[in-house]
Write a protein that binds this ligand. Structure first.
Ligand code: 9D3
Length: 246
């Protein structure tokens, strides 16, 4: 059997471009395992560019002191704008600035990005990028969570990892089936494998029962309990959705 249906056109690989002061950080961890295999198979492509190429002086300065004073340095709007205008993927590929001030990355946004042609990512260093270039180029600001990183590169790697595993052909059939079960808005149930006893701890008896209906119910109950205990935000949303379905 051939891989595509008779009339299917070959699909252009999903394209990622990264604008950064540290291009050597890419592909980094994305060169391994699932994402690395997909990269080698041509299911997606990754190009990292050094923003310093667009520095205007012979010292290669890309940053300057903030207007209004205060600590740290800011990446210059003119330098970053030149980098964007030269290197960004053509529309409709979105342009994203990884920023601690951004909207939080969600699985839904990762799914949308993965469904498109690709993404251009801007990574900040220092205190970040001059806000005027973000506005002038209609850049979407995305954060990966409420903690402080030292720059956008690790956030870019996280965003790309979240997108790439959703691309067609990246995850095999067995894995994609398990995907659906926890897209119900719950945390995952706990997992167990051999040995059957580890440091005196047994595997939950129900998992050895062979009763698939009992196992399914137990896993659902565990997923609900863990979500209730750890994630009030997910739990209230789940409880509300469940109530309106009933
Ligand atoms: C200590 C510096 N902070 C002043 C109170 C502001 C700040 C500047 C630069 C905080 C973080 C950063 C660098 N962070 C990112 O580039 C970043 C990030 C993050 O820190 N957390 C979550 N998501 C992201 S996406 C990019």
């Amino acid at each position: 059997m051939s891989e595509t249906t008779p009339n299917a056109l070959p699909r252009a690989p999903w394209q990622a471009r990264v604008l950064t002061l540290y291009p050597e950080m890419f592909p980094g961890p994305l060169g391994f395992a699932l994402a690395g295999r997909a990269l080698n198979e041509g299911l997606w492509s990754l190009e990292a560019f050094d923003i310093r190429r667009f520095a205007r002086d012979r010292h290669g300065s890309v940053d300057d002191a903030p207007f209004g004073g205060g600590p740290g340095m800011v990446m210059r709007a003119d330098v970053v704008a030149d980098a964007i205008d030269t290197l960004r993927l053509p529309a409709p590929a979105p342009l994203v600035y990884l920023s601690a001030r951004g909207r939080m990355l969600t699985q839904a946004r990762a799914r949308e990005l993965a469904a498109g042609p690709g993404v251009t990512l801007i990574c900040g260093r220092f205190e970040g990028v001059d806000q005027r270039v973000i506005e002038a180029r209609e850049v979407e600001e995305i954060s990966i969570g409420d903690y402080v990183l030292s720059g956008g590169e690790i956030a870019a790697l996280a965003l790309l990892d979240a997108c790439v595993r959703l691309l067609p052909g990246v995850i095999g059939r067995a894995e994609s089936l398990t995907e659906e079960s926890h897209e119900a808005g719950l945390l995952e149930y706990p997992h167990y494998t051999r040995p059957q006893t580890f440091e005196g701890r047994a595997v939950p008896e129900v998992l050895l029962s062979g009763n698939h209906e009992r196992i399914r119910l137990w896993r659902r109950t565990e997923a609900e309990r863990t979500t209730r205990e750890r994630r009030a935000d997910l739990w209230s949303n789940y409880a509300a959705t469940r109530a309106s379905r009933a």
